[in-house]
Design a binder for this molecule. Structure first.
Ligand code: ZN
Length: 66
């Protein structure tokens, strides 16, 4: 088999920041970046718990190893 370059660039619109991006350049689909994925996750969690969650800026980087 020979490669025919069949992969077309897919353009998506990020549901968080509404920016257009190439799907091949993102490793956090369907979002444009892992950052937007976290934003969406945060919104989802807020809705689930129904309360605003206060986050520690440093709490994100806490390694939890048993
Ligand atoms: Zn985005």
């Amino acid at each position: 088999m020979s490669g025919t370059g069949n992969e077309r660039p897919r353009w998506l619109t990020c549901p968080v920041c509404q920016v257009r991006f190439c799907a091949a350049e993102s490793d956090a689909l369907p979002f444009c970046s892992p950052r937007c994925r976290l934003v969406d996750l945060g919104r989802w969690l807020d809705e689930r718990y129904g309360l605003p969650v206060e986050r520690d800026p440093a709490g994100e980087d806490t390694p939890e190893e048993p």
